[in-house]
Design a protein around this ligand. Structure first.
Ligand code: HEM
Length: 191
């Protein structure tokens, strides 16, 4: 109830009213949202494909990801700001829309997935170096038996790939949910 009161207040702010009532504002903000989402997702999926070994396998992952990171974060910021602006225009109905709720939940899961991968990856970055020698050197440094090295390599690559695959699936679902909100949302404040 308290949250609904806050959402109603948000809905009645001057900014939300302009976005809702002006013929151009909502479509313009949504265009920025979609453009930012496109570039943001493009950069993430590119890294995911690199982890999956489908693209750019000749490039070190750490450097590759670092080059893309400024684009990823700036586009994410635009997506969040424009998404919040769209949200205010119909806050109560969006907040009660199941597709919107699932989308926000998946954004959190995607963030957690990225954080876990990042933590786990930072200890094993050498293994994603394109040079085989660097990979072998990194594993040997750990002083493992050949059998354990193999196990380590297999589990490492598998878990890394699962994280990337999960990431691609999550983002495709977020896009579908984002679109679905538009099909299912009540155009005006209910009640
Ligand atoms: C960065 C991750 C995000 C992705 C991938 C994403 C994706 C999308 C997509 C594909 C659409 C549909 C555009 C269309 O109708 O053509 C959309 C719309 C929308 N998004 Fe996002 N979004 C993201 C973040 C956010 C955030 C953080 C919020 C708000 C807190 C948000 C709120 C909205 C709203 C309110 C709409 C309009 C739905 C409608 O058509 O009524 N989005 N988003």
């Amino acid at each position: 109830m308290e949250l609904d009161g806050l959402l109603k207040w948000l809905f009645e702010t001057a900014m939300a009213t302009s976005i809702r009532e002006n013929d151009w504002l909502f479509p313009m903000i949504e265009s920025f949202h979609v453009l930012a989402v496109t570039v943001f997702l493009g950069s993430i999926v590119w890294v995911d494909l690199r982890i999956l070994g489908v693209a750019n396998s000749d490039r070190g992952l750490r450097r590759f990801a670092k080059e893309l990171l400024p684009i990823t974060w700036s586009m994410f910021a635009i997506a969040v700001i424009s998404g919040l602006a769209l949200f205010t225009s119909n806050a109560l109905n969006y907040a009660h829309n199941i597709y919107f709720q699932l989308k926000i939940l998946l954004l959190v899961v995607a963030g957690l997935n990225m954080m876990i991968f990042q933590l786990w990856f930072s200890a094993r970055a050498e293994a994603y170096d394109p040079s085989h020698a660097a990979r072998v050197g990194a594993v040997q440094q750990a002083g493992m038996s050949k059998f354990r090295q193999k196990l380590h390599e297999i589990s490492f690559f598998w878990s890394g790939k699962w994280s990337a695959l999960l990431s691609v699936l999550i983002w495709v679902t977020v896009i579908a949910l984002g679109r679905w909100i538009g099909f299912s949302i009540q155009p005006t404040l209910a009640g």
